[in-house]
Design a protein around this ligand. Structure first.
Ligand code: FDA
Length: 500
């Protein structure tokens, strides 16, 4: 409440925020989490918490009057529809050159993501985060993260027979026949539950076209793992539908955190300021970077390092789809949780790690969809616009050309070997590459540059960054396991040295 004083305040409830919440509360510290999105725990009139991808309603998008699907076209026609403006679960935040998809709600990205829980390659982690002891990460923090996240693996024998993974087998077999290695992807979706979905013994979720607007069953999202464990300590409070707008030194010591309580239509209901001894920025790569850049420009935290707001990247994301031959059906039933990736990362001419993505339209479409992660070296910065009081991102769509080029090498090879072609009707009219969007915003407050080697903001005792903004633009794989493990590493040190 307005005027409260708390020992620790966490801004945002995604991976970084949830790790902070669990470890702080377990260390005996009362912790307040402030989250701009809703607490997704109440069913709507249809008996469901979340809507599916075939019939999106107001629950789907964050404050939009029209859906903004990542695959936005079909046969070149805009496939989006009008919705009621509401604080829905998926944000497609539009900057000049890119749409950045993010989860909004208690659990952050874990509510909307594909659940793929991939540990990065060790040599690549050492390359992107040279100041981090890789041995300790792989011995201690990755295992700690994957255990707490509830990561599990698909049963390979079941995978080979399940209808819902026909799409993945077709793409996998063609990739292999074209000379590429493939790999199973661990996931936080309960594969035991999915098996029962396939068998028809439980309500369907991953098999009912649920994923990017939330899963009603089966998914071990953060509200069910880290945050539930933190709540069990009795020391956690979560305040949903409150957006933090300012952080500045408090006259009485510590930090004054100002927030707006939001109505579901997006308007401000009330403004509150609380005082916190310690503040953990866990608003995600975009949220944390925007907030800190604005605070520096507005003179509230004028001495933040110049590196705050720099080093942002899209993890080299690019989407693409291939048209299959009529005899290669991809299946009307497709699990929303990807289970296989094409691993061509070792190729020095253009590393690519591509997930075989579902196209869960509920009908046979002969489409093979991919989300490719590439090693795009381009980076962008967040910049404050004093005229509008908003923070923009300098990324230009053309900066994603290296990603397109790397993915094109792989999929041209597959198309040639399989005598197939690209779909050019799904990302626009005559547009093969989904190159103007990312699911993996990373960087903006890079570890060891904007912060010290554990996420402390230099010169600002008690301010910490603990989310994807610490990672310099790329992980080479889907990022949430890296974000979680790095947060585990950093919070352990912070609790031991700063909070003891
Ligand atoms: P995250 O974005 O999770 O959390 C930040 C939270 O802070 C959000 O809840 C936000 O609402 C809140 N917030 C922001 N600003 C605020 C403010 N000013 N005040 C209060 N709250 C604020 N990754 C992966 O590894 N495997 C996968 O399969 C996928 N799939 C995938 C699909 C889709 C559709 C998306 C959008 C993303 C993925 N990802 C993914 C990416 C993954 O979800 C992402 O990397 C993490 O959620 C990032 O974790 P963070 O903790 O950095 O922020």
């Amino acid at each position: 409440d307005d005027g409260d004083h708390v020992p620790a305040l966490v801004i945002g409830s995604g991976y970084g925020g949830s790790v902070a919440a669990l470890r702080l509360t377990r260390a005996g510290i009362a912790t307040a989490v402030v989250e701009m999105g809703m607490a997704w725990n109440t069913a709507g009139p249809d008996g469901k918490i979340f809507c599916d991808m075939l019939d999106p309603d107001r629950r789907s998008y964050w404050l939009r009057t029209r859906t903004d699907q990542p695959v936005g076209y079909f046969l070149g026609i805009d496939a989006n529809r009008s919705i009621e403006r509401y604080t829905g679960v998926l944000d497609s935040e539009r900057f000049a050159g890119i749409r950045v998809y993010q989860g909004r709600g208690v659990g952050g990205g874990s509510l909307v993501n594909g659940g793929m829980a991939v540990v990065p390659r060790r040599d690549y982690l050492a390359e992107i985060l040279p100041s981090v002891d890789a041995a300790a990460m792989y011995a201690t923090y990755f295992p700690r993260a994957t255990a707490a996240l509830g990561v599990n693996a698909v049963d390979p024998a079941w995978f080979e027979t399940a209808d819902c993974y026909r799409y993945a087998r077709v793409s996998r077999d063609q990739a292999r026949a074209s000379g590429y290695a493939t790999t199973f992807l661990p996931n936080v979706y309960d594969f035991g539950y999915m098996r029962q979905e396939q068998a028809g013994t439980v309500p369907r979720s991953a098999l009912a076209s649920e994923v990017i607007y939330g899963n009603n069953h089966g998914k071990r999202s953060l509200d069910k793992t880290y945050l539930a464990a933190a709540a069990a300590t009795g020391r956690l409070t979560i305040t949903a539908q409150h957006v933090v707008t300012a952080v500045a030194p408090a006259p009485a010591g510590g930090w004054a955190v100002t927030m707006n309580q939001l109505a579901t239509t997006g308007g401000t209901v009330a403004t509150k300021t609380v005082r916190a001894d310690r503040v953990f920025f866990a608003a995600g790569s975009v949220g944390t970077s925007k907030l800190l850049v604005a605070m520096r420009a507005q003179g509230r935290l004028p001495d933040l390092p110049a590196a705050v707001g720099q080093g942002w990247g899209n993890n080299g994301n690019v989407m693409v789809a291939r048209a299959q031959h009529l005899w290669n059906t991809t299946g009307a039933l497709q699990s929303g949780m990807p289970a296989v990736g094409i691993d061509n990362w070792a190729d020095p001419a253009g590393p690519v790690f591509a997930e075989i993505a579902p196209f869960p339209a509920g009908t046979e479409l002969w489409i093979s969809l991919y989300l490719a992660i590439t090693k795009n070296p381009n980076r962008a910065q967040f910049a404050y616009d004093s005229a509008t009081g908003t923070v923009g991102l300098t990324w230009r769509t053309a900066q994603n050309q290296p990603a397109v080029a790397a993915a094109k090498r792989v999929f041209d090879t597959i198309n040639k070997a399989q005598v197939t072609v690209y779909r050019s009707d799904l990302f626009g009219v005559n547009k093969v590459w989904g190159d103007d969007l990312t699911y993996h915003p990373l960087g903006g407050c890079v570890l060891g540059r904007a912060t010290d080697d554990y996420g402390r903001l230099p010169g600002h005792p008690g301010l910490y960054v603990i989310d994807g903004s610490l990672i310099p633009g790329s992980t080479g794989v889907n990022p949430f396991v890296t974000i979680t493990a790095l947060a585990e590493r950093n919070i352990e040190r912070i609790i031991a040295t700063d909070l003891a």
